[in-house]
Design a protein around this ligand. Sequence first.
Ligand code: MN
Length: 300
Amino acid sequence: MRETRLFRSVLAIGAIGLAAAACSDGNGATPEEAVVGPEAGPSMAAAPAGRGGPALPGLLRGYKRIVDLTQTLDENTPVIGLPAPFANSPGYSREEISFFDARGPEWAWYAIHLGEHTGTHMDVPCHWLSGRFGDCIDDIPAEELVGPAIVIDVRDKVANDDDYLVTVEDARAWERRHGRIPAGAWVILQTGWSSRYNDPAAYLNGGHSPGPSKELSEFLAYERDVRGIGVETVGTDAGMAGTFDPAFPNHNIMLGAGKYGLTSLTNVDQLPAKGALLIAAPVKLRDGTGAPVRVLAFVP
Ligand code: MN
């Protein structure tokens, strides 16, 4: 995979350009929603600095708000549970190294322990058999960590069915309203499931939680060439997907196609259906199959 890295970087730059074109050409979207910023020109340079610091320069100018889509990692962070005989991943824990005491009178710090796939995290191709020889976390070019996001709202369907599988028709309904899903987009499935996050039993729900249908994963990977899907649930497949054929179809299809996944997102209800720009930057673990990720959305 290392030999192909430079080549993939070149492709990624091309993909960002294509995504920008897809956002602004022929599908009803306007230039204001282009990937490189909702307002062309230097207008943001004159905007007042917020409490968080100076106005956003260059690439990010024109976006008005930043939404943090990341859950806080702590000892209560829900972790996916696999049935026997499969091995399970530990949750998050930490121990004090010192806390302003004899072990370190002027400093506090901790050692942390967690599985790669804990809390809000990114899945990458080498996580799955179908993508085994593809990219790991440290192979992902920086350009691939920034891209447009679209949001498909299926909360009404999930309200009546914990096991709801988001369909190709749901995606096509989104496209009828908003235009073609651009290549290179993060496709966020808005299920409302993050409202359960602080109650791990309700969040894991005995293995019953929504996810993409196999057909949706195929459609998005092969016909729309998206960057990956993002979900509010503990994993990018439905809770019962271990019983599907193939098992865990979204992992199988997306990671096999060189795509990624984002899990345990929150604040999705603060995003527009389209027009947000996501920065999803995972901790750069060598040969990581996934990693905790900070996901920030820049919203017009
Ligand atoms: Mn994962």
